[in-house]
Design a protein around this ligand. Sequence first.
Ligand SMILES: Nc1nc2c(c(=O)[nH]1)N[C@H]1C(S)=C(S)[C@@H](COP(=O)(O)O)O[C@H]1N2
Ligand SMILES: [Mo]
Length: 496
Amino acid sequence: MKRAISGILAAAFVLGVGELLAALIGPDSSPYVAVGSAVVDNTPEAVREWAIGTFGTSDKTALFVGMSVIIVGLAALAGVVERRRAPYGSALFVVLGLIGIVSATTRSGATLTSAVPTLVGVAAGIAVLRALVTRAETVDGSGRRSFLTFGAVIAGSAVLAGVAGRMLSASTRSVTQDRATFAVPTPTSPAPPVPSGADLKLSGLSTYVTDNADFYRIDTALVVPKVSTQEWSLRIHGMVDREMTLTFADLQSRMSMERMVTLTCVSNPIGGDLVGNAVWTGYSLKDLLEEAGPQAKADMVLSSSRDAFTAGTPLEVLLDGRDAMLAVAMNGQPLPVEHGYPARLIVPGLYGYVSATKWVTDLEVTRFSKATAYWTDRGWSEKGPIKTATRIDTPREGRSAAAGDVVVAGVAWAQHRGISRVEVRFDGGPWTDAALSEEYSRDTWRQWTVPWSAASGSHLIEARATDSTGEVQTEDLADTVPDGATGYAQVRVAVA
Ligand SMILES: Nc1nc2c(c(=O)[nH]1)N[C@H]1C(S)=C(S)[C@@H](COP(=O)(O)O)O[C@H]1N2
Ligand SMILES: [Mo]
């Protein structure tokens, strides 16, 4: 037991020292974060989809909890082994350290100094491990006390170093102040107001506009990139006639636009909540690209974020006149840091993974035959048009309802084509038309309702949508990989 605890304390010390040094060197160099990011980048698709399906937008917390459990297990093992077969316990620390160093130094923007937090941390951790294991051997009273005292000191300093490291990097790399003084541009072209008929305001039904605080968040960033407007710039280059680099000051003199656009994640399962609707303020991507002058042979824009996420968007889509934008505000607020502050892309009609790059700093005009993007390198489809889908919001799956008159309601989306019809059926019976809320635009979702007189018993409610081209969403079940889930929305309810 003492050996296991020795190992765990030594590992805690490694991580504490690592966090503290990472605060000085750069958040990506923290061994914990670096290994976590390496796991994110290299997780097999099946595992990732399982994680998103199981933990949803808490997938990052789940990853950290999982990593902690593994670290505690290995550290305890190292403690036991160090006692029985020294120095194999220390050797295990070295191996884990190597994984940390490789992870930290292969991140984008990493330098050799990125290895320092892990290197110093592991060296200190091994010293602590050996000292603890030695003290754990002495059985007499003073040796016992010495183990306890030393152990407590190590535990205390590990926690202190970790907390101090976290606080230090939060304060030195904060964009809170920058964001607080950010002036949302007054749109040259404002968004039309939401007609009252578009927002049914029913209890249990998604609000028409999603609050920033409730908006789903999906990204690969374990540490949210902190980019101030001062350091931000956007480079537009590649197959263009006039390469250009824009600063925030350059943006401020441009015409701005405001548009309501519904954003959806390709990983959204049927009935899932990885979809939200917001008013975005920003600058026309078409105007920006045309200023740079894309060359005739180009067919893709590879956008990159500060943290090296990339998305490949068809150039044609960005130039066809839809409201593709470089967005700087969400629902009238500067972009929340997790949603891409200070600038991101929003492209109506495309899933986020091929279009919605947050913390965007680079647009390379190129070809699909020359460049690949983050998710297409991991088995997802090159193009990601949004599939027609609907979701039943109320009654909720698995909930029981009272018998009598019930309103079944939900949302349906087929961005840039628009929704023309939603049908609902009960227990496999005939389809009935739902009443649709007024259409705001074909880039936004629509709410729908159907009255239902619920008899007691268990019932299956299904819904399907039709887009404005007349195509009914398919009944065929498809997984989210590689280009989005399909199948009817369904909930099962028990009526008392
Ligand atoms: N930098 C960066 N941008 C990103 C991602 C990412 O992992 N990193 N994920 C994309 C995906 S898959 C989606 S669905 C949307 C989600 O945007 P949101 O978190 O603002 O809802 O962001 C996109 N932009
Ligand atoms: Mo996504």
